[in-house]
Design a protein around this ligand. Structure first.
Ligand code: CAA
Ligand code: NAD
Length: 292
């Protein structure tokens, strides 16, 4: 890491673009900016951008209050961040991390748009939870400079970033992204590009099974969560965690596992499907398995 005239440079990256100002994009932008990188957060929704800005301010305040970050880092982050509703703002970025809705068609559209407005040297990373990196990369003109950079929620607190090189990702891209993740204070684990990678391949079937247990009346939501939280020492029970992640995201991941692995054991729970159809997406919509 070295200071240069306009700010900091890490692993050759000076300016970072993050697309999608939901819970993940806001967290990724916050962590990049806290480490001094010039960061622009882009979303199609002004309302989401406003929510992201106030969420980041509140999170920085909390972390500074607990001495997790010092007040200089907090000030630096606020100065390094900008919020835009126009993709053109990404034109000068060295790295773009995509964190929009878990939908392959929409992600491809966005990557093809930014492919046209950024130099060939810009690296693209996707924070997708499950969509094949190789397929997303193939939709761009730079498959060697495309990688999965899977942050965990909540990004400012969670240690891990899963790194997923696709079939075509260059070693140089992988090395720079590993270096960046470490400089951001994260631990990394590397996964090959198979559906759900490692974390969601194992986590989502557990969450899905919790919905099946609820649907079959095995136990109440509270007892399922209590059993798993206290019985297996997890910080949150699986249904609370599903609400925290977003039920639309959980369902999208189960569909990728089901289709990508072709095994009926990954069939999305009908109760999870019904929640999403009802618009009960979890905390972000104020109602999921629980009400908020
Ligand atoms: N920034 C700053 N502070 C934050 C924060 C944020 N973004 N989010 C929570 N906090 C703070 C809370 O405000 C709280 O502060 P106080 O103690 O001052 O009140 C503190 O962190 C602890 O939070 P809580 O008391 O609410 O709850 P907790 O002790 O359970 O910790 C948690 C919260 C870290 C989220 C913990 O519950 C946890 O680790 N949960 C599991 C998270 C997890 O599994 N994440 C991975 C999901 S899977 C994924 O991300 C991949 C995917 O593709 C789906
Ligand atoms: P979210 O629903 O909170 O936010 C998605 C954001 O994307 C919204 O602000 C929306 O306005 C924006 N968006 C949608 N289409 C867009 C477009 N075409 N251009 C610009 N912005 C657009 O979702 P999230 O939970 O932040 O998840 C984002 C991504 O991160 C998904 O791929 C998800 O699978 C992945 N992820 C989620 C979690 C989690 O726990 N929620 C964890 C790791 C990875």
């Amino acid at each position: 890491m070295r200071w240069i005239e306009m700010g900091i440079e890490i692993a050759g990256f000076k300016t970072i673009g993050v697309i999608g100002g939901g819970q993940m994009g806001a967290g990724i932008a916050q962590v990049c900016a806290t480490h001094g990188l010039q960061t622009v957060l882009v979303d199609v929704s002004d309302n989401q951008l406003q929510k992201a800005k106030s969420g980041i301010e509140a999170s920085l305040e909390k972390l500074a209050g607990k001495n997790v970050i010092d007040s200089a880092s907090r000030e630096r982050a606020l100065k390094a961040l900008s919020f835009k509703n126009d993709m053109q703002a990404l034109a000068g970025c060295d790295l773009i991390v995509e964190a929009i809705t878990e939908n392959e068609r929409v992600k491809v559209e966005v990557f093809q748009k930014i492919d046209k407005i950024t130099p060939a040297t810009t690296i693209f990373a996707s924070n997708t939870s499950s969509i094949p990196i190789t397929r997303l990369a193939a939709a761009t003109s730079r498959p060697g400079q495309f990688i999965g950079m899977h942050f965990m929620n909540p990004v400012p607190l969670m240690k891990l970033v899963e790194i997923i090189p696709g079939m075509t990702t260059s070693e140089e891209t992988t090395r720079r992204i590993l270096d960046l993740a470490h400089a951001l204070g994260k631990e990394t684990s590397r996964s090959a590009d198979y559906p759900g990678f490692v974390v969601n391949r194992i986590l989502m079937p557990m969450i899905n099974e919790a919905f099946n247990a609820l649907m079959e009346g095995v136990a109440s939501a509270e007892d399922i969560d209590k059993g798993m939280k206290l019985g297996t020492n997890q910080p949150m029970g699986p249904l609370t965690l599903a609400d925290f992640i977003g039920l639309d995201t959980c369902l999208a991941i189960m569909r990728v596992l089901h289709e990508g692995l072709g095994d009926p054991r990954y069939r999305p729970s009908p109760l999870l499907v019904k929640h999403v159809e009802a618009g009960w997406l979890g905390r972000k919509s104020k109602r999921g398995v629980y009400s908020y």
